[in-house]
Design a protein around this ligand. Structure first.
Ligand SMILES: C[S@@+](CC[C@H](N)C(=O)[O-])C[C@H]1O[C@@H](n2cnc3c(N)ncnc32)[C@H](O)[C@@H]1O
Length: 268
């Protein structure tokens, strides 16, 4: 099943796909592993991994379900799916799909999981309800989001650096419904409103050391890279220098990358 969306989010993740793996061991993989530890797929089960990227949660889920199970890993970015296929190796139970998770039609999954994906949906509530509807009755759902404040320092210093290099104003903080639910209590209530029971919110604390290499990988290996897409190579170099200088001057030596992993059960 294939679908292409030339939307800014998709283009940003297409561009990030190459750097995604380099950043993965610091960021995506620990978060993916924590997500799968929370959803705990069992041998032989069927799992939907929505917004799978290059497989940080889909690959460990595939190992857990084993050859008698199935993981459908779905992402809108074709380069991400290519990276996933290259990384997964010989895991016949892992099936990758270049498709939109918000219209993915199959259902009856034992587990539906999505790490750091639901806030990209055009309508976060409707898209999340669609995902929850892909699980069987009494199925498990695990949805991971950034906790309030996570990743913000990188975005702040990046946008300030771009503004400095291009002589423009930094963008205002975008309005987005995720900012209303990125604390544990609000997230719990929101998942209950989406129809889940036995909702639990686990906080996965993570801090990245902001060495120059990792600090720049945070940009080139994530959706932040989309902010560089209109810049010339020389301007990208200048933005990198300004960003690293700004982090150093403000003594930002750590990046909060803490997530909230919300799990729950679908109605019987
Ligand atoms: C921050 S990345 C997370 C990737 C992966 N889950 C991980 O934790 O490493 C978000 C991913 O969501 C994908 N995405 C965004 N909207 C999507 C949609 N409607 N359907 C499928 N994938 C989507 C992007 O292409 C991107 O790969």
């Amino acid at each position: 099943m294939s679908q292409t969306h030339e939307q800014p989010t998709t283009r940003a993740f297409d561009a990030a796909a190459a750097g995604f793996q380099d950043l993965g061991r610091y960021l995506w993989e620990p978060i993916g592993a924590a997500t799968v530890a929370a959803t705990a797929p069992q041998p032989g089960e069927r799992v939907l991994d929505a917004c799978c990227g290059n497989g940080a949660s889909a690959i460990p889920a595939a190992h857990r379900v084993g050859p008698d199970g199935l993981v459908d890993a779905v992402d809108l970015s074709a380069p991400m799916i290519d990276e996933l296929n290259a990384l997964a190796g010989d895991l016949p139970q892992l099936r990758s799909h270049h498709a939109d998770a918000t219209t993915w039609p199959a259902d009856g999954y034992d587990t539906v999981q999505s790490a750091l994906g639901i806030f990209f949906f055009p309508d976060m509530a409707v898209g999340t309800e669609w995902l929850i509807g892909r699980a069987r009755p009494n199925g498990r759902v695990g949805l991971t989001i950034w906790r309030d404040g996570a990743m913000e320092a990188a975005g702040h210093h990046l946008h300030a650096a771009i503004a400095q290099v291009t002589g423009t104003e930094p963008p205002k903080r975008p309005q987005h419904p995720i900012f209303a639910i990125n604390k544990a209590d609000a997230y719990r209530s929101w998942l209950v409103e989406r129809g889940l029971t036995d909702v639990d919110i686990a906080t996965h604390e993570l801090r990245l050391p902001m060495t120059p290499d990792i600090a720049w990988l945070v940009i080139t290996g994530s959706g932040f890279v989309g902010a560089l897409s209109a810049l010339s190579p020389a301007d990208v170099d200048a933005v990198r220098d300004a960003y690293l200088t700004s982090l150093s001057e403000q003594k930002v030596d750590e990046l909060d990358a803490t997530t909230l992993i919300g799990t729950g059960t679908t109605p019987g």
